[in-house]
Write a new protein. Structure first.
Length: 310
């Protein structure tokens, strides 16, 4: 058995992470003024937000081209792979997962195992890195897929945006109608139903950024304090590095037993949330899926997140 791991650019894995865990990435296209940009290839992180701030016409997104996906599958076949695990952006945000499923049904040269992350950015990255680590440790496909499903039970997210108009414009906010007429001088707090359909919804609103931050911190504390496993958290931003640094430092000081890392909200996701977004995703520590010798632990059954606010 030779297993490949493939994800898309909305995971925003660093080059180092891609190489370390042997993860391949297909870029998601951004369509802007009649031109197509491949995420983080034809348009960079800072370049995108600078362009967005000055734009009259706003961008949209597509999904990785089916031709690019099939070409990647051909490469795996030529390289002798027997299986490929494809971790996709949430089916609640994109039709890409459906495309992967369609290709999987038609392909008989290699076994394709689609996994709907029901999330994006750092959460999608966590799934891809866990799969990559398990492949490296010699796990079979059944164990890898079991652990991805288990990790999904433990994952949750909070984020706040400066302006809901991007999510409303691109149709990615599931309860946008409930916020009509209440957008002035509020800081919406959003989440995703990672254990459900993978949709974004606004779950609360505060009048000040400080109050919104405190709300998110309280949610994090309440939802993680009684869990019977270790937690890791990634804090990420859409071009607000100073705020991200403050979040990481504050959370690390207040919750020293947890691991905190940082990442970005890159161009494709930035199309939908805009600049000034701050977010955090947490889940069971990936190290828990391995023993002290780095071997996969079998039959892990994590307690599922009970987030009644969503």
């Amino acid at each position: 058995m030779k297993i490949a791991v493939l994800t898309d650019s909305s995971a925003y894995l660093t080059k180092e992470q891609q190489e370390k865990y042997q993860i391949d990435v297909l870029p998601i296209p951004i369509i802007w003024d009649g031109k197509t940009y491949r995420d983080l290839i034809d348009i960079g992180y800072e370049e995108f937000y600078q362009k967005l701030a000055q734009a009259t016409n706003l961008p949209t997104t597509s999904q990785p081209a089916i031709g690019d996906l099939k070409k990647k599958i051909d490469e795996y076949v030529d390289q002798g792979y027997t299986d490929v695990i494809i971790v996709s952006i949430s089916s609640g945000l994109s039709s890409y997962y459906s495309t992967v499923m369609s290709v999987a049904r038609e392909e008989n040269r290699i076994k394709i195992h689609p996994f709907d992350s029901k999330i994006t950015c750092a959460g999608e990255a966590d799934f891809a890195m866990l799969a990559g680590r398990l492949v490296e440790a010699g796990a079979d496909v059944d164990l890898i897929m079991h652990d991805l499903i288990d990790l999904q039970k433990t994952m949750d997210v909070r984020f706040m945006v400066d302006d809901l108009s991007h999510l409303k414009r691109t149709g990615r906010l599931s309860n946008a109608a409930s916020f009509v007429g209440t957008l002035f001088k509020i800081k919406p707090i959003l989440s995703m139903d990672v254990q459900g359909e993978g949709h974004i919804s606004a779950i609360a609103k505060e009048r000040q950024t400080k109050r919104a931050y405190k709300h998110i911190q309280d949610d994090f504390d309440n939802l993680t304090k009684n869990l019977p496993y270790e937690i890791q958290c990634t804090i990420f931003d859409s071009l607000d590095p100073e705020q991200k640094k403050k979040w990481v430092e504050d959370y690390s000081a207040k919750s020293p037993k947890y691991k905190f890392d940082n990442s970005i909200i890159g161009p494709v996701v930035g199309v939908h949330v805009g600049q000034g977004t701050m977010a955090m995703i947490w889940c069971r520590d990936l190290d828990d899926y391995f023993d002290e010798n780095g071997q996969p632990v079998k039959d892990i059954k994590s307690k599922e997140v009970a987030d009644e606010t969503k």
